[in-house]
Ligand binder design. Sequence first.
Ligand code: 48F
Length: 257
Amino acid sequence: MIDERVITRAIIERYTDKILSCLDVDVVVCGGGPSGLVASYYLSKGGLKVVLFERKLSIGGGMWGGGMMFNEIVVQEKGKEILDEFEIETKPYKDGYYTADAIEAVCGICYRAKRAGAKIFNLVSVEDLVVRKEEVCGVVINWTAVEMASLHVDPLTVMAKAVIDATGHSTEVVRVLEKKMNVRLMTPSGKIEGEKCLWAEVAEDTTLENTREVYPGLYVAGMGANATFGSYRMGPIFGGMLLSGKKVSELILSKLK
Ligand code: 48F
């Protein structure tokens, strides 16, 4: 016999337990695209308590659609090594280029991040930060549905030792800090430098260089790193995103461990 009351109670209780266990964590990852998911995996594997908030219903960001909805992605040798770790199949294309199925890549990375211990919440947007003594020490979250309906509903907070802005092109979290706190970021101008047009070769390298702390307690990874530090976009080659997720995890692990 199936009792609807049990189903409802199970969902509410389990979700409540899950979110209660994430109110004070080591790392909050904002955005569940490739860089945020890879970072969550390595950070969790390294023993840190990690929670990821993704605005949309689906995790995966810009990876599902490959290039222009042709759902294949391209990675170079170093990116392939990360996909190998996730046991995602890659096929050699030309010297130094590999392809992978975008769906397998998203699902595989997400699955392993979760199994490594990361808590993942979809349908939740990071709308603000908690900043104390010139250091980011938490995020302010709300249901995406509240945001979409422009409802006047106050948010809740999650405290963290480190926050990663992995929100992609929009660099939403860094933008909030810049707009509200009038702070000097660790960029050349002290502000968000802004994304440049597409140049895959340069952008892939600079994504890694730009993956770093941009303000005490706040790190940038993925496309957001290039947008913050004023570099190029790269289009549907994803090695830089994967490597950026790994690099930000190493930076945070060496700081917190
Ligand atoms: O854009 P996205 O995939 O970020 P990424 O990891 O990868 C970029 C590539 O997909 C591609 C590219 C190159 O290869 O240029 O664009 O840097 O994923 C970002 C995720 O963050 C979510 C958004 O819905 C997406 O899934 N997001 C954005 N703002 C917020 C957010 C927010 N304020 N709170 C929660 N999630």
